[in-house]
Ligand binder design. Structure first.
Ligand SMILES: [Zn+2]
Length: 513
């Protein structure tokens, strides 16, 4: 089995989970589920980033210890994955002692390899980003470009990571691996940052205590970003007690991130791994922002659309589908309740849900629920030819929106097929019984294939539909296989269809707030 290791960023524990977090987790889950269907050995990691100044400041304000606050807030993120129906294999917390020990080990190696040096840092610092900002980045004199808050001028003794020494090797990496960062616009952005000339960066903080202690100088803790980035590697050392998963799953196949943390993942992260003599991840995929009224959704800007609320009414499948359908994964795009309701109604309820209901009803009415065991219509077979391969290829490159579009073209094709064939007319004419058999078998088989392919996006309803199609227990499993005919159109399988409640029932939308 081929290993496939996908990660989300670990989410900063000081905020409440919002749609932006849900977005990356859903995308990673679609990839994880699809690769399981392919028969790959999958490891899917998410978790929380818990150290640093914002947490210790918030804890102080609340009169609790940073650990108490982190424990409380981590639970909210842990609760997000099951609500989204995400199948992460492990949930890492950077306050885990095993993580801390592994961070110390790797960063000691970075120092031993000659990439650490003591120096003085001064500059504009955003406590919310936990990052110093360059003069080019700051806006309105001394404000954070992301949080729009006033920055602090800070000066302190730090150990520095000698990023500048890795300039050539990073340029070489980008020259050799044009798919290291995708989409290509993000590759260009990262490369131009590198070509702009790399400065050494703070590896430690002297003023903080809420962090992983620097083993060679206990007055310092590691800068939260280096501690956080290493989660992708350290998790494999202890996610399964008694097992070292690094042999199988390192380097990671895909890190999924949002564009605001590109510099850390596309520049600092490979540099850190080079300095530690560790293999680099295969791909970093950078997605865009979900915009509400033209702004990035974030708590500090106060424009949060609550994923829990949407899921409460429509279910996780609907949100999973909408976010990867409406906004091309990789680009910025606007989302809204009105768009969501429109997609839900026209595509999930009508295109797909109705197709399923009508097809099953006709099989029940005209053939007593028994799917006719005849060859499918060659015209439809031709339209489905190569579909599974094409979808696999696209999902394999994190191109989740084009993959969904490939599938949806066939959903529309089957809808047209129903109209072309008009089985209700064929049913009135005994001499056309063979045509009716072929039409019903084609609908059952076409639906089955589409449902297997859609499983990664809408796992819950896909399972229900496969069961109603009588598609066999093996296919209604958590991960119906793509191989061995699972996602290829063939002769209709012997099956008995059963009643199906509407897959995506019409809902009363929530009242506008
Ligand atoms: Zn900031």
């Amino acid at each position: 089995m081929a290993p496939f290791y996908v990660t989300t960023p670990i989410y900063y524990v000081n905020a409440a989970p919002h749609l932006g977090h849900a977005y990356t987790t859903i995308a990673a889950d679609v990839m994880a589920r699809h690769h399981r269907q392919r028969g790959d050995d999958v490891f899917f990691l998410t978790g929380t980033d818990e150290h640093g100044e914002p947490v210790s400041l918030a804890a102080e304000a609340a009169g609790v210890t940073p650990r108490e606050l982190a424990d409380k807030n981590a639970e909210r993120f842990k609760a997000l994955a099951p609500v989204l129906n995400a199948t992460n294999d492990f949930f890492i917390r950077t306050s885990d002692p095993e993580h801390g020990r592994a961070v110390q080990e790797v960063l000691t190696r970075v120092k031993d390899n000659g990439y650490v040096e003591l120096g003085i840092y001064q500059g504009w610092y955003c406590p919310r980003c936990a990052d110093f900002k360059s003069e080019q980045e700051i806006v309105d004199g001394n404000h954070c470009p992301i949080h729009l808050i006033e920055l602090d001028w800070e000066q302190e003794e730090n150990y520095f990571f000698k990023l500048s020494k890795l300039q050539d090797r990073l340029e070489q990496l980008y020259a050799e691996r044009p798919d290291f960062v995708t989409p290509s616009s993000r590759y260009n952005e990262a490369l131009s940052f590198i070509k702009g000339g790399l400065q050494d960066v703070s590896l430690t903080r002297g003023k903080l205590t809420w962090g992983v202690p620097v083993p060679w100088d206990e007055k310092h803790v590691f800068y939260v970003w280096f501690d956080a980035l290493l989660n992708y590697y350290t998790a494999l050392t202890y996610a399964r007690p008694g097992e070292d998963l690094r042999d199988e799953f390192w380097p990671a196949t895909y890190h999924l991130i949002a564009k605001d943390i590109l510099k850390f993942h596309c520049v600092f992260w490979p540099a850190l791994l080079m300095a530690a003599d560790l293999p680099l991840p295969e791909h970093v995929f950078v997605h865009g922002y979900l915009l509400l009224e033209g702004h990035k959704m974030s708590k500090s800007l106060g424009n949060v659309l609550d994923p829990f609320e949407v899921i409460d009414i429509y279910g996780a499948d609907a949100l999973r589908f909408y976010l990867l359908r409406d906004v091309s994964f990789g680009q910025d795009g606007s989302v809204s309740t009105a768009d969501f309701e429109q997609r839900y109604e026209s595509e999930l309820a009508n295109d797909f849900g109705n197709l399923a209901s009508r097809s099953i009803k006709m099989i029940l009415r005209y053939r007593d629920g028994v799917v006719p065991q005849v060859d499918v219509d060659p015209a439809i077979a031709a339209d489905f030819d190569g579909l599974a391969e094409r979808v696999s290829e696209l999902v394999g490159r994190a191109e989740l929106t084009p993959a969904l579009e490939e599938i949806w073209q066939r959903v529309r094709r089957l809808n047209r097929y129903v109209d072309e064939q008009a089985p209700w007319k064929l049913a009135k004419d005994d001499e056309r019984a063979a045509d009716l058999d072929r039409a019903l078998a084609t609908l059952a088989e076409g639906l089955r294939v589409l449902t297997v392919l859609l499983h990664a996006w809408i796992p819950e309803r896909a399972g229900i539909l496969l069961a109603a199609l009588g598609a066999g227990a093996d296919l209604a499993d958590d991960a119906p296989a793509l191989a061995i005919g699972g996602a290829r159109l063939g002769a209709a399988v012997p099956a008995r269809a059963s009643d199906l409640d509407p897959l995506f029932p019409k809902q009363q939308p929530p009242k506008a707030a």
